[in-house]
Design a binder for this molecule. Structure first.
Ligand SMILES: Cc1ncc(COP(=O)(O)O)c(C=O)c1O
Length: 389
């Protein structure tokens, strides 16, 4: 018997980010690699989940999502962004936004179709494209400012382009796409009859007056946009695995079918708690953003003092850095040194690029951590010495 992976599975490796979390615990390192909070989730949401389990909401929910959660998702999107969303026809609840993304791509892409992806990109999008058989066309975001070149973007669109994958606010760069940039992207989507798949999971985590503009709010885009979001980041419950996609009915129907056969449905009691969470007052979201602004400034100060060149993020909860001022030009070797010798885990920049060479001098740190964790990281990072020669 020959035991070999499929050609698809053979084309990508395990997640580097999740591997870093394993290494962090092996070496007792402070984990600033994976983007999960190490502080408690909001009390009222935890209690809502406990009540739902006690009330025996313990069987399969409707496969595309409990009605209460779909209604809450639709109401929140409509209230905040002014775009009508029908909870019966436009919403699919999934096992995290991770499943929303792969279910969407499997539902809209055929082998040979092309999907435009900005890079650096959240590492799941690479394997997602491979699994759906699509050919990714990468467009660079370049520091400072992580802007893209308009002509390069236009060249990435062609007759085979079926979709663009967008993530704003962005992991790993902290970029928040501006309205003018989004209008350029939207115009290309309309011209090439392409769909926009937008991962907006950090929509509430914004700094310094940055404004989140959902792609679905631009003229003519609601009918060609799949908006992906979830509970993980907004409510600090990354382990709950509740996410969703909002899309016009023709797309929703296809996504619902794929989702049904991938996972049947997300955890029923946690969906009930999600309905309550989405109704939290505006003060909750303001407190979330303010808490992360404070942590961002703290981590930027720590990394700056340790000798990194820091790219200030305007959204999400990561800091991209450059390691060349420290005398390193190999992100993987540097991160290994950092976890083993310094006791801090981070993510090598190469895991966010199709060609690892493009991220060789970059390393990403997460700051969704409590003060004590950042204090300890600061103490340890004082051990880091620039390499000479
Ligand atoms: C851009 C982005 N999308 C999706 C996810 C995963 O979200 P979920 O927990 O909803 O699957 C992450 C997690 O880090 C992320 O950074």
């Amino acid at each position: 018997m020959s035991v070999r992976p499929s050609r698809k599975a053979g084309q990508f490796t395990e997640s580097v980010i999740r591997e870093m979390t394993r290494l962090a615990s092996l070496h007792g390192a402070v984990n600033l690699s994976q983007g999960f909070p190490d502080f408690p989730a909001p009390e009222e949401i935890k209690q809502a989940a406990q009540r739902a389990v006690a009330a025996d909401i313990n069987q399969y929910a409707i496969t595309w999502g409990a009605r209460s959660l779909r209604e809450a998702i639709a109401a929140q999107f409509q209230r905040r962004h002014g775009v009508p969303v029908d909870p019966e026809r436009d919403v699919v609840v999934t096992c995290g936004s991770t499943e929303a993304m792969i279910a969407t791509l499997l539902a809209i892409l055929d082998p040979g179709d092309e999907a435009v992806v900005f890079e650096p990109f959240y590492e799941n999008y690479g394997p997602d494209a491979i699994l759906s058989g699509a050919v990714p066309r990468y467009v660079k975001l370049r520091p400072p400012g992580w802007r893209f070149d308009e002509a390069e973007l236009a060249r990435a669109f062609g007759p085979k382009t079926r979709a663009i994958i967008l993530n704003t606010p962005n992991n790993p760069t902290g970029k928040v796409f501006g309205r003018v940039e989004l209008e350029l992207i939207a115009a290309l989507c309309r011209r090439h009859d392409a769909l926009a798949v937008t991962d907006e999971i950090y929509e509430h985590i914004l700094y310094d007056g940055a404004v989140h503009v959902p792609m679905a709010t631009l003229p003519g885009m609601a009918e060609r946009t799949v908006t992906i979001n979830g509970m993980s980041k907004t409510y600090s419950v990354t382990g709950w695995r509740v996410g969703w996609a909002i899309a016009p009915p023709a797309l929703t129907n296809a996504i619902r079918k794929v989702h049904d056969f991938l996972t049947v449905g997300a955890a029923a009691p946690l969906q009930e708690a999600g309905a309550l969470a989405l109704g939290l007052p505006d003060a909750y979201y303001q407190g979330l953003a303010e808490g992360y602004r404070r942590r961002r400034d703290r981590l930027i100060g720590i990394l700056d003092a340790a000798g990194f060149r820091v790219h200030k993020p305007y959204g999400a909860y990561y800091v991209m850095t450059e390691i060349d001022p420290l005398g390193w030009d190999d992100d993987v070797a540097f991160v290994r040194h950092l976890v083993e010798q310094v006791g801090v885990a981070a993510v090598p920049g190469s895991s966010f690029y199709a060609d690892p060479a493009d991220g060789r001098r970059q390393v990403r740190f997460a700051f969704c951590k409590k003060d004590a964790t950042l204090d300890e990281a600061e103490r340890r990072l004082t051990r880091l010495r620039p390499r000479s020669g």
